[in-house]
Design a protein around this ligand. Structure first.
Ligand code: ADP
Length: 544
C-alpha cells in the first residue's frame, strides 16, 4: 500500500521558489572584476535568473544541453547556478586552472553550446576558441561599459543580453532526476571524468549539509564560500544557503588574498567560511602580520585536503573560530563526512581530542561508507585496520557523464571506490591515511604520508610540507619530506626529523628532508604529489 503523501519532485527549482518567497530579502554581496563590491538580494538573483532563462531560449540552447561557466565566485555565477539548472539546461562549471588541453577536452566532451566567462579569462578563451567547435556563443560576464574594446572573438555582453529579456519566465516542471550541473574531476591520470549531478542529488545534498552535525546552517548565518564555484559547486554551499536564507558573501577573484578575506569577513559579518587548507594559511598569515581579527567568524569548513592541527589550533585559540574538518570528493557532491563531536566527547583529554580532530569525520545521513581490504573483504571499524574507502548514497555518482553503466570504480553492489585509503574507528570517525596512488609502502608496510605531513607542519620552521615515497633498494620505498620553510626560519634538517620522535613509529620517520621554494599544486589548490614524485624521480636517499 502506498502512503498518501505529496510527491513533489526534489528540484533546485523548489529551492529557488522557496527562497524567493521566504528569504527574498536576504543579501548577496560580491567582489566582482568590474565593481569593487556589488550588493543585491536573492530576489534580484532569481529575477535575473528568469531573464537568463529567456536568454538561453533566445540563444537556442535546448533542454538538456550544457552551457559552460569559467568564472570566480560572484552573484552572476549564482544566477547561472539557478537560471541554467531550473530551466532544465546543465551548467558545466569549468576550472580555469586546468591545463589548456584539459580545458579543450572537457568543453568538447561536454559539447558546451555557450561559454559564460569572467573578463579576466578573455586571453585564455581566445587562445582556446578555435578548438571549441560546439561553442556557438561567448558571453562576457560584465556590463556594456566594461566590455573589452577588441577581441578576436565575436563577444556578447551578459548584462546586455539580460537587459533585453523579460523577467517573466515559466519555469518547466522537471523530473527530479534531470541533470543540472556538471563538474569534471581534475584527472591526475588520464582524461578528466565528468560527474553529472541531478536536481534530486543537489537538493538532498543541500538539505543534509544544513544539519547541525554537518554545516549547521541557519538563516542568521553569513556564508563566505572561498571554495571556488567551479570546484564541486562550491561544496553545494550556494544551494544550502538558499534553503536557509543565509546571507551569501562572494570573494570574486580575491580567493587567496588574506587581506580581502579579512575585510569581507569583518565588514559583512561572516559567520561561516568554507575552503581548502591553503587559503586559510593565507588568511591566518595576514591576521598574524596585521594584528587584525575576524570577530564575527564562528566556524570554518575545511576540506579537500587533510587539515593540519596547526590551522585548527590557530583558528580556535587566537580567533575563537571552530573548524569543521570535512571530507568529500567531486563524485560525492562533495560532502561525505564531517568531524562533529559526539555526546560525551567534551570530556576527552587534550591529546585524545587532538587525535580525534585530525580525522575526517563521521558519515552524514545519506552517505554510507565502509573500508575494504585487499581481498575485497570489509574491514573492522577499530581505528587501526585500513583499506579502500567505499561509499554509497543519494549524492554519490553511479557512473560518469558520457560513459554507459557503472565505472571501473563501482563494485557489483553499487559501492563507489573513492581511491582513498582510510581507517574507521568504533565511533564511526573515518580517517584518511592516503590516496591509493600516494601510498608509501616500505618493506611491505604502509606509511601514512598525511600523518607525517600533519606532524611536519606543526614545526614552527615549516610553512608547507609533503611526504612522498622514493625508491629504496632494501625497503622498496622510503619517505622523503619536502618542505617549504617558514619566512626567514629555515629549520635544521636533523632537528626537523628529530621532531617526529615519539609521535610516529621510528621506522615511519622520513629518511631525508629537502627544501624547496614552492610545492607544485593541482588545479584545485592541493599539493600535487604526482608532480612532486616526478620532480624527485631520480632522488638518491642518503645511504644508511
Ligand atoms: P581532485 O583533488 O582530483 O580535484 P576532488 O576535489 O574530488 O578531486 O578531491 C577529492 C579527494 O580529496 C579525496 O578523494 C581525498 O583524497 C581528498 N580529500 C578531500 N577532503 C579531504 C580531507 N579532509 N582530508 C584528506 N583528504 C581529503
Amino acid at each position: 500500500m502506498l502512503g498518501r503523501m505529496m510527491t513533489t519532485p526534489l528540484t533546485v527549482s523548489e529551492i529557488m521558489h522557496f527562497a524567493e518567497r521566504h528569504h527574498g530579502n536576504s543579501e548577496v554581496v560580491s567582489i566582482t572584476a568590474d565593481r569593487p563590491l556589488h550588493r543585491c538580494t536573492y530576489h534580484d538573483v532569481f529575477r535575473r535568473a528568469r531573464q537568463l532563462a529567456n536568454v538561453l531560449e533566445r540563444l537556442g540552447v535546448e533542454r538538456g544541453q550544457r552551457v559552460a561557466s569559467l568564472a570566480w565566485n560572484d552573484y552572476r555565477h549564482l544566477e547561472l547556478y539557478f537560471g541554467v539548472s531550473c530551466a532544465g539546461r546543465v551548467l558545466h562549471t569549468v576550472n580555469p586552472r586546468l591545463f589548456a588541453e584539459q580545458l579543450v577536452y572537457i568543453i568538447n566532451h561536454a559539447a558546451n553550446r555557450a561559454l559564460f566567462f569572467d573578463i579576466a579569462f578573455l586571453p585564455l578563451v581566445e587562445s582556446l576558441a578555435d578548438k571549441l567547435p560546439t561553442v556557438a556563443t561567448y558571453v562576457v560576464l560584465t556590463s556594456a561599459d566594461n566590455m573589452p574594446e577588441r577581441s578576436s572573438l565575436d563577444l556578447v555582453c551578459y548584462e546586455t543580453l539580460l537587459g533585453a529579456e523579460s523577467d517573466d519566465y515559466d519555469w518547466p516542471q522537471l523530473d527530479e532526476n534531470t541533470a543540472n550541473m556538471l563538474c569534471y574531476t581534475s584527472g591526475t591520470t588520464g582524461n578528466p571524468k565528468g560527474v553529472l549531478y541531478s536536481h534530486r542529488s543537489t537538493v538532498l545534498h543541500a538539505y543534509a549539509s544544513c544539519l547541525p552535525d554537518a554545516l549547521n546552517l541557519c538563516n542568521r548565518d553569513v556564508v563566505l564560500p572561498v571554495v571556488p564555484m567551479f570546484h564541486v559547486n562550491a561544496w553545494g554551499s550556494p544551494f544550502s544557503a538558499a534553503i536557509t536564507g543565509a546571507k551569501l558573501v562572494f570573494p570574486g577573484p580575491k580567493m587567496a588574498d588574506g587581506e580581502s578575506l579579512q575585510s569581507l569577513i569583518e565588514a559583512e559579518g561572516v559567520t561561516l567560511a568554507l575552503g581548502v587548507p591553503t587559503v586559510w594559511l593565507a588568511l591566518l598569515a595576514y591576521l598574524r602580520d596585521s594584528g587584525k581579527t575576524v570577530p564575527s567568524l564562528d566556524r570554518t569548513v575545511i576540506g579537500g585536503a587533510a587539515c593540519p592541527l596547526t590551522i585548527m589550533d590557530e583558528f580556535e585559540q587566537k580567533h575563537g573560530v571552530r573548524t569543521l574538518h570535512a571530507w568529500g570528493m567531486t563524485e560525492t557532491s562533495p560532502v561525505g563526512t564531517v568531524n562533529a563531536p559526539k555526546r560525551g566527547m567534551e570530556k576527552l583529554s587534550r591529546e585524545d581530542n587532538d587525535s580525534l580532530r585530525v580525522k575526517q569525520g563521521r558519515g552524514v545521513f545519506g552517505i554510507d561508507m565502509k573500508i575494504v581490504g585487499d581481498e575485497g573483504k570489509e574491514l573492522p571499524w577499530d581505528g587501526k585496520a585500513f583499506g579502500d574507502l567505499r561509499v554509497r548514497g543519494w549524492w554519490v555518482c553511479d557512473g560518469y557523464f558520457g560513459q554507459d553503466g557503472p565505472s571501473d570504480s563501482h563494485d557489483e553492489d553499487g559501492w563507489f571506490s573513492t581511491g582513498d585509503v582510510a581507517t574507521i574507528d568504533a565511533n564511526g570517525y573515518m580517517q584518511i591515511t592516503d590516496r591509493t596512488k600516494d601510498v608509501i609502502k616500505s618493506g611491505g608496510e604502509w606509511i601514512s604520508s598525511i600523518e607525517l605531513e600533519n606532524h611536519a607542519v606543526a614545526h614552527p620552521g615549516v610553512r608547507e610540507a609533503a611526504v612522498i615515497g622514493v625508491r629504496h633498494e632494501k625497503w622498496s620505498e622510503r619517505p622523503l619530506l619536502v618542505v617549504v620553510s617558514a619566512d626567514n626560519a629555515k629549520p635544521d634538517k636533523d632537528d626537523l626529523l628529530a621532531s617526529f620522535k615519539g609521535k610516529v613509529a621510528d621506522w615511519w620517520i622520513p629518511d631525508a628532508v629537502e627544501f624547496v621554494d614552492e610545492l607544485p599544486h593541482t588545479a584545485t589548490g592541493k599539493i600535487s604529489k604526482l608532480r612532486l614524485r616526478e620532480q624527485f624521480a631520480e632522488y638518491a636517499l642518503p645511504s644508511e
